[in-house]
Design a protein around this ligand. Structure first.
Ligand SMILES: Cc1ncc(COP(=O)(O)O)c(C=O)c1O
Length: 447
């Protein structure tokens, strides 16, 4: 086998496995390596490049997870037959809604997760199973499919330290839908929403005719007077990324008790910590005070429109009563598919693979941003937030747009906080797109 034209450079800050993965990707894109070509064994390539075998194994594992390579039992590692098609697919789908086919903007948004293309077969299997199952004949349980609620309760206990009675859980059409169901059941009063914070939550509160009170994000909450609820993201403040410390959690619960307010916990992406296990859910500290909102948007797909709400008993009962009279519920086929994806271990596998990809991409973003901007919270999840003067953030965003990339301004998440900078998502793009975007951002920051 002719040696691969790959070169690794120990003086570069990018880890060697990532350099190797990037090099192989470029060889496939350039046509030097063709679909179906066999790659050297990890032992042979490690010897050729003068690195440890673990470096090559990690590089290959990354490419297997991304769908560029496939391994055939007992025969070796090959360029996947649909490697280029997958790459093209992701280029197309990374700019939803774009109409100009020539140069659609590639969005580095915070909401699009990386889904492992290796697991497409499991996804198809789940939907095949839906197609052969018999749907319920009438309006089903208003709380959602009982087996799905049991599987979700099991997962919450395992991953979030939350003991949940499945009968107290309601399957929703996502986080915002969960909030929408809670709002009419709360006593009169404003809703405190973190600032900067989740724009969809603030908008949903306003649409329900309630005042939004700005809750300075990443600062201790001591007073919730006049509020019916406080909407928070304690595991990973959106968008600053800060984890709410234990003492502040207790302080928030104290303030909520004093005001008779409910704490709404949006636990959207806590599973994507790469350094340490996520802290348990806030709801585990006081299930009688906290309404917990989970979503399948980050682990499976935002388009599935599924989530779950675990509310204190009286609130849960009120939500279920209203759902019964209004026939609101999540679509049965989607619930049935999610059940299979959970039971088959598909969700766990996809989460593990995505976590590895984010753990590799986050430092690449940090490498470019850290010399110029301050990281707002720890590196975790599928985006990172960088504090910069607004003029610099606008200049970088303009340069990125010029080159075909869309970046988020931190100011667009701020209501009164005055915080400015850039929020850079790295889940919904390919590695190659991320590299190109970061090159543009780096040049703009330096200029
Ligand atoms: C803070 C936050 N919560 C929740 C979600 C998911 O919302 P939904 O489940 O309604 O898709 C997102 C999506 O981007 C988010 O940023």
């Amino acid at each position: 086998m002719t040696p691969l034209p790959l070169r690794l450079d120990r003086s570069q800050p990018t880890p060697l496995p990532a350099q190797l993965a990037g090099g192989v990707r470029r060889l496939v894109l350039a046509g030097t390596l063709r679909q179906g070509d066999r790659l050297p064994s990890t032992r042979a390539l490690a010897a050729e490049l003068g690195v440890s075998r673990a470096v090559v194994e990690q590089g290959y594992e990354q490419l297997l997870a991304e769908g560029w390579l496939e391994s055939r039992r007992g025969s070796g590692t090959y360029v996947a037959p649909d490697a280029l098609a997958l790459h093209a697919d992701r280029r197309r789908t990374s700019a939803p809604g774009a109409t100009a086919p020539a140069a659609p903007l590639v969005r580095l948004d915070t909401g699009t997760p990386w889904i492992d293309p290796r697991h497409r077969a499991g996804w198809r299997r789940a939907w095949r199973e839906v197609s052969t199952a018999t749907p319920p004949r009438g309006y089903d349980d208003p709380r959602g499919l009982p087996e799905l609620r049991a599987a979700l309760a099991d997962r919450l206990a395992r991953t979030r330290g939350l003991a949940v009675d499945p009968d107290q859980m309601v399957v929703t059409a996502g986080t915002t839908d969960g909030l929408r169901q809670l709002l009419p059941e709360l006593p009169p009063g404003a809703v405190a929403v973190e600032d900067p914070g989740y724009r969809a939550a603030a908008e949903t509160v306003r649409l329900h005719g309630r005042e939004v009170v700005d809750l300075p994000a990443a600062r201790p909450v001591t007073d919730l007077g006049g509020c019916a609820a406080a909407y928070v993201t304690p595991a990973h403040q959106h968008p600053l990324g800060v984890v709410m410390p234990a003492a502040e959690r207790l302080g928030l619960l104290r303030a909520a008790r004093a005001a008779g307010a409910v704490v709404v916990e949006d636990d959207f992406d806590s599973e994507f910590r790469y350094d340490v296990a996520p802290v348990p859910a806030l709801a585990a500290l006081d299930p009688a005070r906290v309404a917990y909102l989970g979503t399948a948007a980050k682990t499976v797909s935002p388009t599935l429109r599924l989530g779950w709400l675990v509310a204190p008993p009286a609130l849960a009962e009120a939500v279920v009563r209203r759902r019964t009279t209004t026939h609101s519920g999540a679509a049965w086929p989607s619930q049935r598919a999610l059940l299979t994806l959970l039971r088959d271990g598909w969700v766990d596998k996809v989460v593990r693979a995505a976590r590895r990809v984010y753990a590799e991409r986050a430092p690449r973003v940090a490498e470019v941003m850290a010399p110029y901007a301050e990281l707002a919270g720890p590196l975790a999840g599928m985006y990172s937030t960088w504090l910069l003067p607004e003029a610099d953030a606008l200049r970088v965003r303009a340069a990125a747009r010029e080159a075909g990339f869309e970046l988020n301004l931190l100011s667009s998440y701020s209501r009164s906080s005055g915080l400015t900078g850039l929020v850079i998502g790295f889940g919904g793009v390919t590695d190659e797109e991320l590299d190109r975007a970061l090159a543009v951002v780096g040049r703009a920051l330096a200029g």
